[in-house]
Design a protein around this ligand. Structure first.
Ligand code: DWN
Ligand code: SAH
Ligand code: ZN
Length: 414
């Protein structure tokens, strides 16, 4: 998208070693969850956010890897439980696992990326043996305070082997919005191989590439989302690592995701859904350059329309703020050059983000209690995946004549 032409180096697929063709370039971007202290502090880390697709296995992946310690640190600020929708989603997910898989004698479940315990809470309350694994210490402490067992470290082959030695095999390894964050995917699968019981399952939920392209959810692309999965790419990835994709279920959370279920080859019979979704994907062109060229022009159009709208409103004297200091919004703000000159503040319920500045774009983060004091004219909804919950909470904003600005799938005002 930068128009600088073909990159000089050949990029290799992290799974199959095929050639990766660059297709999207968002330029220089900060670490998406590295909120900045207003009184200075350490220098911000930037990298080039570029995406390509593997010309052999179609896996969509980033071309530059941000070191994992730069993203997931002791003070990683995201807290899954800030959303009522996600609390309900993970309670249902846990109940489903408890009823369908964790029914034998003394079952054991491991969660990769357990964050503040949003999913394991239900498992712990049911008295089932569990272990969360997450390197983000402060989030893990929140989970521990709720009585959930968590090990503060990165899941990978070595930690998986240690868990197996200490606790025995896992019947279920669960993960949500985390496997796509892990560039060293071969080590993850070796870890799953070491830890999973012979007939156990590895279940992971992640954003679905087809939904991202169809609905122009370009802001789902940021440092943490190293991979954008499709049914096809996960199917071939599982196979390469000695596993099999045995189920795939589409989810509506985060704008569209898939719950992938993977088992050891031959251990479980694949559901009809896998074949159906694979067949449907054939028509989407997820392994073809033209698909990403179309996506890139949609993204550029959105950027131009959004910045034009914000500048126009500002020049007419309207006050604009944003809502939801999401990781996603790092891409929007930095790619569209939206800073405090256009947007006064971003309101967010997460105490760990409040009082700090958004990464790269340096917009102050304020608590939602200040949103109404007084209401702005316009609010740019960065947390569009929580639109229903937020708009219901902030009903007073519209009642006072305020308007929400949306940018996906296209720029519009509601
Ligand atoms: O994949 C990831 C997902 C699960 O979480 C991670 N890589 C990072 C993070 O992404 P995100 O920041 O884009 O996630 P959310 O869930 O869209 O973030 C919502 C933000 O909005 C949070 O900072 C909390 C805030 N919020 C709020 O202020 N009021 C959320 C709700 C529901 C609210 O009512
Ligand atoms: N599962 C939660 C949290 C997603 S945010 C949800 O769906 O809302 C991603 C989480 O993965 C963070 O808490 C981060 O610290 C963690 N994470 C990142 N890399 C990891 C790894 N290699 N092993 C375990 N957790 C990891
Ligand atoms: Zn590949």
């Amino acid at each position: 998208m930068s128009g600088e032409g073909v990159p000089p180096t050949v990029n290799r697929c992290r799974v199959c070693d095929g050639e990766v063709q660059e297709c999207l370039d968002f330029g220089r971007q900060p670490v998406s969850s590295a909120f900045v202290d207003p009184d200075g502090g350490g220098a911000e880390v930037f990298y080039r956010l570029a995406v390509g697709f593997c010309t052999t296995c179609t896996l969509v992946q980033q071309l530059e890897e941000v070191p994992r310690d730069a993203m997931f640190r002791v003070d990683y600020p995201y807290r899954s439980s800030e959303s009522a929708l996600m609390r309900k989603h993970f309670e249902q997910t846990a109940r489903h696992l408890l009823e369908s898989e964790l029914t034998g004698p003394d079952p054991f479940v491991v969660e990769v990326g357990s964050n503040d315990g949003i999913m394991l809470q239900t498992v712990a309350d049911a008295g089932i043996r569990h272990l969360g694994v997450d390197p983000s210490r402060d989030a893990a402490e929140t989970a521990r305070d709720k009585g959930i067992q968590v090990q503060v470290e990165f899941f990978e082959e070595a930690s998986a082997r240690r868990i197996r030695a200490a606790h025995g095999p896992a019947d279920v390894i669960f993960s949500a919005n985390t496997i796509s964050h892990i560039a060293y995917i071969d080590s993850i699968f070796r870890g799953v191989d070491a830890l999973l019981a012979p007939t156990g399952i590895f279940v992971f939920e992640d954003r679905y590439l087809a939904d991202i392209i169809e609905h122009n959810y370009f802001d789902q692309i940021y440092d943490e989302h190293f991979y954008l999965f499709s049914i096809h790419s996960v199917h071939s990835m599982a196979e390469r690592f000695g596993f099999e994709l045995v189920d795939a279920e589409r989810l509506t959370v985060h704008g569209g995701a898939v719950r992938f279920t993977v088992a050891r080859t031959g251990a479980r019979r694949p559901s009809a859904a896998v074949a159906e979704l694979l067949a449907r994907e054939q028509e989407l062109g997820l392994g073809e350059a033209v698909t990403y060229e179309r996506f890139a022009s949609h993204i550029l159009r959105t950027r131009d329309e959004l910045t034009a709208l914000l500048r126009d409103l500002r020049s007419k004297g309207h006050r604009i703020v944003a809502y939801g200091a999401t990781a996603k919004s790092a891409t929007v703000a930095n790619f569209c050059d939206i800073g405090p000159d256009l947007v006064d503040a971003v309101y967010d319920s997460t105490p760990e983000k409040q009082g700090r500045l958004t990464p790269g774009s340096h917009i102050p983060v304020r608590p939602p209690q200040e949103f109404a004091a007084p209401y702005p004219d316009y609010a740019l909804l960065f947390a569009w995946n929580h639109a229903e919950e937020i708009m219901a909470k902030e009903r007073g904003f519209r009642e006072h004549g305020g308007r929400w600005i949306m940018y996906v799938p296209d720029v519009h005002i509601v």
